[in-house]
Design a protein around this ligand. Structure first.
Ligand code: 13P
Ligand code: SF4
Length: 314
């Protein structure tokens, strides 16, 4: 099947089955283009909460499918590649996190959405990078807080809120791997460019950034100031939507353009996100396969901190 036929078949199945295709900004351009809805982690959760579709095809990674399933237990939630995991979610195993929480019983537990359903079930409030600061700011200043699993986002939120949250030592392999050397070279080459960085990046990189924000916040900034140039330190999938919304604007991702030898490593692409393909999207919709199942008992606990997040981020 050529790609035009594949697109046509996906569209027919989507209508026949009353399905919605939702995609994260880190999906490949073809998947972003066919999606009914694209967004960051928060927007995907919010959209799942209000869709009237019978089937949600969540083009993203496993924890995103789980979150949608927990929010919509009566809907069928499919992920094109069920093995699309997340190094950050994997850096926080539920058993270890449970022990950590037990050791600090007087702490409120805040977890980034990039966690398994089991970890969410141990959590008081889920956050995303879009709403983490806002939600932490809403808690009393003297509240003791555990923040997991991303140490870089946690450090960043501590620095902008003046808190001293206890951090879990996890990280995302994509956002931790940006080359500072390449970023400095890019800054030298494009001195008037604005550096956009995701708070999952290391603090040494964030110190070099002009704008730190979630995928959505970085996109919004570029859309607001399309006359500027941008150096982008987050997963490079976002460049597709940035270029679509700002076709005249100059964007350069960190680091591939200037890596020694000119070849460039593709460490700014999340290998898990990229496991989803149009063919897999078609097959999972056709066969209604790769369904996300969440244990009912875990889902009953995990929905509570997700609901708190949705209520606190309106
Ligand atoms: P956001 O979608 O909240 O920006 O998070 C980035 C990310 O790494 C998602 O996996
Ligand atoms: Fe997980 Fe990082 Fe990939 Fe996001 S970019 S899904 S945090 S591994």
């Amino acid at each position: 099947m050529n790609s035009a036929e594949l697109i046509e078949k996906i569209k027919i199945l989507r209508n026949q089955k009353n399905a919605i295709i939702m995609a994260h900004y880190y999906q490949t351009p073809d998947i972003q283009d066919i999606a009914d809805f694209i967004g960051d982690s928060l927007a995907l959760a919010q959209q799942a909460a209000k869709t009237s579709a019978d089937i949600i095809v969540l083009c993203g990674v496993h924890f995103m499918g789980e979150t949608a399933k927990i929010i919509c237990p009566d809907k069928k939630v499919l992920v094109p590649d069920i093995n699309a995991g997340c190094s950050l979610a994997d850096s926080c195993k539920a058993d270890e996190f449970r022990e950590f929480v037990k050791q600090h019983p007087d702490h409120t537990v805040i977890s980034y959405v990039n966690t398994s359903a089991e970890v969410k079930a141990l959590t008081d409030i889920v956050v995303t990078s879009t709403n983490a600061k806002k939600i932490v700011d809403m808690l009393p200043q003297d509240e003791k807080i555990i923040f997991g699993p991303d140490r870089n986002l946690g450090n960043y939120i501590n620095s902008v809120t003046g808190r001293n949250m206890l951090l879990w030592n996890g990280a995302c392999h994509v956002h931790e791997q940006f080359s500072i050397k390449d970023l400095l070279l890019l800054k030298e080459k494009y001195p008037d460019a604005i550096v956009l960085a995701h708070p999952e990046c290391k603090s040494v990189l964030l110190k070099l950034a002009d704008v730190v924000g979630s995928t959505q916040a970085l996109l919004n900034y570029a859309v607001k100031y399309p006359e500027k140039k941008y150096i982008v330190a987050t997963e490079s999938g976002i460049l597709h939507e940035m270029k679509k919304r700002c076709p005249e604007t100059f964007f350069v991702p960190v680091p591939p353009e200037v890596t020694e030898g000119g070849v460039g490593c593709m460490c700014n692409e999340c290998k898990y996100m990229r496991m989803n393909t149009m063919q897999k999207l078609y097959e999972c919709l056709l066969n209604e396969s790769n369904e996300i199942i969440v244990d009912e008992k875990i889902a009953r606990e995990a929905i509570k901190p997700i609901k708190r997040m949705l209520e606190m981020s309106v």
